[in-house]
Write a protein that binds this ligand. Sequence first.
Ligand SMILES: *Cc1c(COP(=O)(O)O)cnc(C)c1O
Length: 428
Amino acid sequence: MQTITSDIIFRNDEAFPTEMDAIDPLAKFAYRFHKPKNAKGEDLIYFCGNSLGLQPKTVRSYIEQELKDWEDLGVEGHFHAKNPWMPYHEFLTQQMAKVVGGKALEVVVMNTLTVNLHLMMVSFYRPTQQRYKIVIEYSAFPSDQYAVKSQIKFHGFNPDDALIELYPREGENTIRTEDIEALIEQEGDSIALIMIGGVNYYTGQAFDMKRITQAGHKKNIVVGFDLAHAAGNLKLQLHDWNVDFAVWCSYKYLNSGPGGIAGCFVHERHANNSDLPRFTGWWGHDKATRFLMGPDFDPIPGAEGWQISNAPVLPMASLRASLAIFDEAGMDAITTKSRTITAYLEYLLENIGNENISIITPKDQSQRGAQLSIRIKNSNKAFFNKLIDNGIICDWREPDVIRVAPAPLYNSYSNVFQFAQILKQILA
Ligand SMILES: *Cc1c(COP(=O)(O)O)cnc(C)c1O
């Protein structure tokens, strides 16, 4: 059996992945990351970039630079460090904006993801008695469910009534865009906010953010996305899609390290909107007058105006190291490889020919990124542990799903081939 993706014809033999690795324009980037190793010092096959990306080898020197300047300069580092700490977050804006398709004015790195989600809902979830509902995808990441439910309660509404979950049709695993549009059309007048994960963490489904935003705006609904699994994974065009706001973390595909600094997008049309309530702090205050230490808040126009605290320089240094790699590789090359390597993984899984394996992630490449969620019927955690014993790092989701993410920057076609071989052996 042969499968074709763009102009590549996959073959199910051992030579094929080596040929692919040899012509892979991103292959050289794999050497820029530290690879977890087994007890014998051999590289493990790492498919958990959707959970915690690997460490770029440059991270250490980026952080050491700031440690050194702190050591040598103390407080003076705010102005005289090689990379002054005062405006440190600004060093990340341009590259982060490119990753998500926003303008510099629209993007800021700050806080962590769920915190940013709350801050955005403070400004963009403004329920009234007529229009108070929030739409979210079913089986959204738990933190998002907790956050939206708590916001609903905070405004005095009941999540049982005010939270609308989008479900797949009977017998299907993922949600159809036309069903989302139909729901918005029907119930739109009661909906205040649509807040969906750009890529669902469990199924790996990528939503059509452009169409959903259009449908929402037609009904005067605010539309925001949680891009935890989309940033650094999909080609995003948040500005052009007209998304109102978005939030994302940077430790998954963006490889910034555990608990890394998150991102936030606020569309330009809200840049100077003083009607939006917000939770404020000194770092969102006009830079020219911030240190006059006056009592009244005067926001920086754009996303920066939502900052609360001063920049956590050490984790930002780590994110800088990673964004430099994204900038060099470019999201076009990353998404091109992502489509091919993920399709290759799918091809090999189909070729195992075991009826207990099914892929719940959409087959349509425009509806997924670099993750396949694989349902393995009659499997259990012991099965998953066998994968670990064989040097595969992926993850297990109850009751029977493994998530496998071939991250284009550091995974090779050979990694994918070896994984499929090992999976086949274990299932046999
Ligand atoms: C990973 C992830 C989170 C994690 O939130 P933190 O605030 O970074 O701990 C939240 N939402 C989604 C959709 C995620 O994928």
